[in-house]
Design a protein around this ligand. Structure first.
Ligand code: WT7
Length: 670
């Protein structure tokens, strides 16, 4: 993989904050699962020196097994087998295991739908563990009735409703492999994912709600099922059934024989559905994520290791107690929603809150209203949301009683120290520890993070590795760099929740993750370790951008742009953005005879939304006569990044930029 690594720059405010240290609050140091640095270090060292002993103990204590494993870890780079020979079921570990305990009648999911208007509550539903178990068993039987068997792939394209969690758990129960597609993705994205995973069934809804309008999910599925590749073959020809949830009462087309209603189907099945006994390495889910080439990668996670990672990190990082009301604001379409809305909290018997809508709909106090209403104790959200709250002003959180909160988490991108301090002061009232958690779709669970009872925190750093994780900052040759120098972040050891592959593409798996630095997993992130050994993640150093916490490959946006009939060439780079972290800037050359205009600019933005989804819409489109290239014909991204970072695009957006001089200069320098 061609990654150009320049030493990640160190932000000056970051350095200023490096010396601000916040010790764990006394209440945590007294009662947390991990109460001191000494305790953390002892366990951490055990997890590194005797990993098999450490993980065997955790697997035994934390998970319910139908059959014990024969070996803890078989590791032959790049393939890990964790707990081989063992049998278990993820759904059983999330639901059934709680049924003969006092947790049975505790709320497993509390759901709030998008509200109708200002000051109104959203629709509300709560499922106890027992109730959720029943719903999941019913739906698992619906899947079976519709032909889904162990190993089959199922696409879940639903709004943030309890049924999204039920569908995931039902797949896990019968050994089907789910692939959740974020509801904001386009028909084309759905079709590509169906094609890549060769899925048999799609689960969708007549519509979802977003900021007062209906998102026509079923309509997108209909479109996806009709899409063809360049040779004229249907992309989604493996789909046999579409199961449709009634959510919005939006009028939809039902194709007899193919489309069935969720609520009708559950009336035709029994509530008895034993959990399949599955081998530890049985595929659990595929989740597509952008990489540095055009096509999203199907990240594969399996059963035992993933579940152990999700369960253990949820317990220790959020210091989960039985009485907590835990709210992770992520959509289940992203990995955070998998591990920290569904699997991690439920495996721990926690109460997990789910919210369907946007943070500022109908008003910018939506989150704080929900925190106060349900007495949320743990809140896990993204820096981009925190920066938006900062912009909307403290009057919105100040209107509500936030005293139930005891711990705050953040994930998805580097958090700037200003946002960290605001989160701590305005939301946490200086009382709540902040856990800045670094991880990735590929890692399955949190990798670098403070533990709230043990780790002194500093604004802007994810601090220290979780148990079993061995990060290292290395140079281009793979040698460790001294403290305080920038480099590439790698992980030296296998961990239980690690990805097991890229679906259908073993060569790309090796290329992307295991070739950059020999012997290690390459994260794609730049990092610096400070004098205390804390890891400061700087952000992606490959051609992947992080826009509002969403991972977007520049190559994917480029190929969407050039698929437009008027576009000759496109290059997409990032520039920093106060709210979204990074923004997408596209440099486009149009085909001969096509004139740049505001109209075509908007048309191209919409085209990208149709091809990928609104999250990938370029923030700026700049038209150029030609793109700056090296003599060997490679687009000079570094140059474009500098130009893009030069500020807002000026007045007339349709003036063609002439890079020919710059390009010649740079080529001469080469
Ligand atoms: C990329 C992974 C992990 C769930 C959400 C995103 C960035 C994530 C942090 C953090 C700095 C972070 C990295 C990483 N990232 N968390 N706490 N500090 N950067 O998952 O879409 O797979 O993206 O998000 O760049 O590589 P993802």
């Amino acid at each position: 993989m061609a990654t150009t690594t320049s030493a990640p720059s160190v932000n000056i405010t970051t350095v200023l904050h490096e010396n601000r240290v916040f010790p764990p609050p006394k209440s945590f140091a007294k009662a947390a699962w991990i109460k001191s640095m000494a305790e953390y270090k002892k366990l951490y060292h055990e997890s590194i020196r005797q990993p098999e002993k450490f993980w065997a103990r955790q697997a035994k204590e934390e998970l319910v097994w139908f059959k014990p494993w024969k070996s803890v870890l078989q590791w032959k780079l790049p393939q890990a087998k964790w707990f081989a020979g063992g049998q278990l079921n993820v759904c059983y570990n999330c639901l059934d295991r709680h049924l003969n305990t006092p947790t049975a009648n505790k709320a497993a999911l509390i759901w709030e739908g998008e509200p109708a208007g200002p000051g109104t509550p959203g629709e509300e539903r709560t499922y106890t563990y027992k109730q959720l178990h029943r719903e999941v068993c019913l739906f698992a039987n619906v899947l079976k009735r519709n032909g889904v068997q162990k190993g089959d792939r199922v696409i879940i394209y639903l709004p943030m409703t309890p049924e999204a969690a039920m569908a995931m758990l039902a797949c896990a129960r019968i050994g089907a492999v789910h692939s959740v597609v974020f509801g904001g993705f386009s028909a084309q994205s759905v079709a590509d994912r169906i094609f890549d995973s060769q899925a048999k069934v799609v689960i969708t809804a007549d519509g979802g709600f977003r900021r007062g309008s209906v998102v026509p999910l079923k309509k997108s599925v209909d479109d996806a099922l009709a899409l063809k590749d360049a040779a004229g073959n249907l992309l989604a020809k493996t789909i046999e059934k579409v199961i449709v949830l009634r959510r919005s009462n939006h009028e939809i087309h039902i194709q007899e024989g193919r489309d069935v209603w969720w609520h009708r189907e559950v009336q035709n099945v029994e509530a008895d559905c034993p959990a399949e006994k599955l081998e530890s390495e049985t595929p659990l889910f595929i989740l597509y994520t952008s990489g540095s080439t055009g096509k999203p990668k199907g990240i594969l996670h399996t059963t035992a290791g993933y579940l152990l990672q999700a369960k253990l990190t949820t317990k220790y990082v959020f210091d989960l107690r039985p009485e907590d009301v835990y709210w992770c604001t992520a959509d289940v379409g992203w990995v955070t929603g998998h591990s920290y809305v569904v699997y991690g909290p439920l495996a721990n018997g926690a109460t997990s809150l789910m919210y369907e809508g946007a943070p500022n709909y109908p008003e910018p106090d939506r989150f704080w209203r929900i925190v106060a209403k349900y007495g949320v104790t743990i809140l896990y959200t993204a820096p981009t949301a925190i920066r938006a709250f900062m912009k909307w002003g403290p009057q919105w959180p100040d209107k509500h009683d936030l005293s139930s909160l005891r711990l705050l988490g953040t994930v998805g991108e580097p958090i700037n120290p200003e946002a960290w301090m605001w989160y701590r002061e305005v939301i946490g009232h200086k009382r709540c520890p902040i856990v800045d958690t670094w991880w990735q779709t590929e890692t399955g669970g949190i990798m670098i993070t403070p533990l709230p009872g043990a780790t002194p925190t500093k604004p802007g750093t994810a601090t220290l590795p979780f148990f079993g994780v061995v990060p290292e900052v290395v140079d281009d040759q793979g040698h460790p760099v001294p403290k305080n120098s920038g480099g590439k972040l790698v992980l030296r050891r296998p961990w239980p929740g690690m990805l097991r592959g890229i679906w259908g593409d073993p060569a790309r798996f090796v290329q992307t993750y295991w070739s950059e630095v020999p012997g290690c997993y390459f994260t794609g992130d730049g990092c610096r370790q400070d004098k205390d050994g804390y890891y400061w993640i700087v952000g992606r150093i490959d051609d992947v951008l992080n826009v509002a916490g969403h991972r977007i490959g520049t190559a994917e946006v480029e190929s969407a742009l050039v698929s437009h009939p008027n576009v000759a060439e496109a290059a997409v780079v990032g520039r920093s953005d106060d709210l979204k972290g990074q923004a997408l800037v596209a440099f486009v050359t149009l085909k001969t005879g096509i004139l740049a205009s505001p109209g075509i600019r908007e048309e191209l933005r919409l085209h990208v939304a149709r091809e990928i989804g609104p999250v990938a819409k370029p923030d700026d489109i700049r038209f150029a006569e030609m793109l700056p290239k090296t003599r060997s014909g490679k687009i000079m991204r570094r140059l474009l990044k500098q130009i893009a970072g030069g500020g807002e695009i000026k007045g007339d957006t349709t003036t063609l930029e002439d890079f020919s001089v710059l390009a010649r200069l740079a080529a001469a320098e080469e």
